[in-house]
Each structure stands twice: as C-alpha cells, then as structure tokens.
Design a binder for this molecule. Structure first.
Ligand code: PLP
Length: 400
C-alpha cells in the first residue's frame, strides 16, 4: 500500500478520479490499546464494523485476541487472517451449516442465541457423529434491551424478553460448559446509562433464573465522535459498567466482555472524493449511498468534511451531496460545511469512515472501486489522542 503524509498530498500527487480510502493504522492501534488497557475485562472486535484484514492484523498486534463474527464468511475471513484468534459467533440466528463449520473446522466454541430453537440448532449441529452433545460449548443468551440512549437502535430485532430469559437461561445452562448473558444497547450509545439499564435487566433475569453465570458481555455501542455527537469520555462508560458488573449475582470468577466495533475503527479511515459537478448548494461527488456514505444517506449520519484545495478562500457554507449512481436516493443531506467557492474538480476529505463506512461499499452501478492508501496524520476527530477536554456538563456522568 502506498504511504502519504495526509489527504492533501494524496489529492495533489494522484488527482484520483475514483474515491480513495485513507487508512490510519496508528489510530486503530491506539484505540485497541485504549480498550486493552482500560476496559476492565476482555474486548472483542466486532468484525462487521470493518472486515479489513489489514485492520485485523493491527488490532491483533495491539492486544485484541477475540473477534465477534456474525456470519460464516466472517468466520472464514477472520480465521484465515488470524489463525490463533478466538472467534465468537455472536449472531443469535444462524444456519446449522454455519454452526457446524464454525465449530468443527474453525474451532469456534462461543455462540449466542435468543431462543430455544436456536439452542437446539446449536446443540444438534455441534454433536458428534454418534449424536453425543458437545461438552465444550460456551453459550451466551442475548437479552433484548432498550436502545433509547443510542443513535442507531438494535432493540427490535434480536434478544429474548425478560419474561422468556429465565427459562432460556436454565435450559441453556444444561448444554453450556460456560454460560454468559449478552446484549447490545444500540450503536453510538451517547450515555453510559444505556449500560446501567441493560445491566439492571440482566440482574433481574439472572436472579429469576438462579443459575451460575460465567460471563457478562455488554456488547458494542461504545461511541466515537462525530459532528454534533460528542460523547462523554469512554472511561466513564468503563467505570460505570465495572461498578454494575460487580454488583451482579454471578460466579466469583465471572468474566466481563465487551464487543466494540465502531469505537475501535471509526478513526481508522477517511475518504477522499472528487467533486464532479456543482449545482447551487449541491455537490455531485464520486462516492455515496451505495458506497462508504451509506449512513450519511440512510440514517442521516453527520461526518466531518474538509476541502483539500489550497486556493479556496471564501467562507464556508452548507452543501448537500449527491453520490455517483443514477438513483435519486443516492443523496446525503448533510449539511456539509465547505468553502463557498468549491467547484467541479476539487477534492474533499470525509472523515471518521473507518466504521460502517469503508465496509459498506457496493458495486452498484459500477461505482464500487476505491484505492487504499496509508496516511500518517491524525484523524479528523479522536477519542484517544488526549486532546479532548470533558464535553458539555449535561453530558457528563457523575460517579459515586
Ligand atoms: C454490531 C454489533 C457490535 C458492534 O457494535 P458497535 O456499535 O459498532 O460497537 C457488537 N456486537 C454485536 C452482536 C453486534 O451486532
């Protein structure tokens, strides 16, 4: 991969006609070390946020040993890059074939589930040829929890209700060598209280089930920083999670896990795009809703932008973007603040696209390709570079 100091030098040297993904290995490494050193338990990387083999190697080299995979393709990919990693199949709905291959061919022992049917599937698919059930299964019952503090909900699709959880925990305990409870508070959880609510629910489920619990997995949802979304320090999340974990009725040696996706890789990548046309306050750029800007189009996510030309001198104004495909829906409302005199042929860097950005690119309409280049400058925002002062007082959590 080519190396450049920053986006400006890429635009100047290459004048690329296609979008370019800029990767910052140092930013991903720093995020990994932060979680490894500060989260009071084990941090799994949720592969779906960005399944790039280069990123896997960076995270591995910086202490991330466990990977949350959700499909057999993610199992195969992660295993092929990291032969010694521990893979955890945390999608609560899987095919028998996927479970079997994961268990027998890739050494996956940890599976999540949210129903009796899924438990039966896992038990059957991991039994030996004589029908004896596996004795080394590590099973996690996924609880449904509120997404009210998160920018993106994950509350409706997966997870068993509090009314079903005790019976499912008891049933799962019979087949599990090691039993955990997991949940996901929704992505980009803007308050640590999201985890407090979820852990309260976990406590209720465990108390009612009265079974031995070996692990609590608080899932992903740890935020990154975007325009208009300045979360409290991650240390506040870790402290509050640890306090509430300690108060749970669980085995004395129970483990605490988390599964960050976004927080580990949002800062890893940005994107250089070219303005192909300007129509008033709308810029037609060469990436969009079917590319790395899926979230900017479909869930109105705000990403930071900057113009990469030196000769743009006018004050900034708000623009919307159109992507390159022929579809009207390929539209990112923004607003994106850029110099008034920006025009066709100019380049823009769009930041914080390492999570759910670079990973979302499709080939629709022939616009899928993008070169990848390593750059050395800082990401457009960072939770880990020591630059952040504590955000607005109403966002700060007071700890006992
Ligand atoms: C998506 C997902 C994650 C990662 O979520 P982030 O919000 O990116 O941290 C973790 N665990 C599960 C089960 C997921 O589906």
């Amino acid at each position: 991969m080519q190396h450049f100091p920053d986006a400006r030098s890429v635009a100047r040297a290459l004048a690329p006609d296609e979008p370019v993904i800029l990767n910052r290995p140092h930013a991903a490494a720093r995020a990994a070390r932060f979680f490894v050193e500060k989260f009071p338990g084990k941090s799994l990387y949720a592969v779906k946020a960005n399944p790039s083999p280069d990123l896997f190697r960076i995270l591995w080299d910086n202490g991330i040993t466990h990977y949350d995979v959700a499909s057999i393709a993610e199992v195969r990919l992660t295993r092929s890059v990291l032969p010694d990693a521990t893979l955890c199949f945390m999608h609560p709905v899987k095919s028998r074939g996927a479970i079997r291959e994961a268990y027998f061919e890739h050494g996956v022992k940890t599976f999540s589930l949210d129903s009796s049917e899924e438990l039966a599937k896992i038990v059957e698919a991991t039994s030996d040829a004589d029908g004896n059930p596996a004795t080394d299964l590590r099973l996690c019952v996924r609880l449904r929890v509120s997404s009210e503090h998160a920018a993106l909900s994950l509350a409706s699709k997966f997870g068993c209700d509090l009314t079903e959880a005790p019976a499912l925990l008891q049933e799962t305990r019979q087949y599990a060598d090691w039993l955990g409870v997991c949940f996901h508070v929704g992505s980009q959880a803007m308050s640590p209280f999201a985890y407090v609510q979820a852990l309260d629910r976990t406590r209720a489920a465990i108390a009612e089930a009265s079974v031995v619990i070996d692990m609590i997995d608080v899932g992903g949802g740890f935020p990154s920083v975007y325009p208009g979304m300045e979360p409290p320090p991650l240390e506040d999340y870790f402290t509050i999670i640890h306090q509430h974990f300690y108060a749970l009725p669980i085995a004395y040696n129970a483990e605490l896990w988390c599964e960050p996706g976004r927080a580990l890789c949002a800062e890893y990548s940005s994107l250089v795009v070219k303005v192909e046309k300007r129509r008033g306050e709308e810029l037609y750029i060469n990436d969009g809703a079917y590319g790395a800007l899926f979230d900017a189009a479909h869930v109105d996510w705000k990403f930071p932008v900057r113009a990469l030309e030196d000769d743009l001198i006018k004050p900034e104004m708000d623009f919307a973007f159109y992507g390159p495909t022929c579809d009207d829906a390929d539209y990112m409302p923004g607003p994106f603040s850029l110099p008034e005199d920006i025009q066709a042929g100019d380049y823009i860097e769009i930041g914080m696209l390492g999570a759910y950005g670079a990973a979302m690119k499709t080939d629709f309409n022939g616009f899928g390709s993008a070169e990848r280049i390593i750059v050395e400058d800082e990401p457009m925002a960072s939770l880990y570079d020591g630059s952040r002062t504590r955000p607005a007082a109403d966002n700060v959590v007071s700890l006992r």
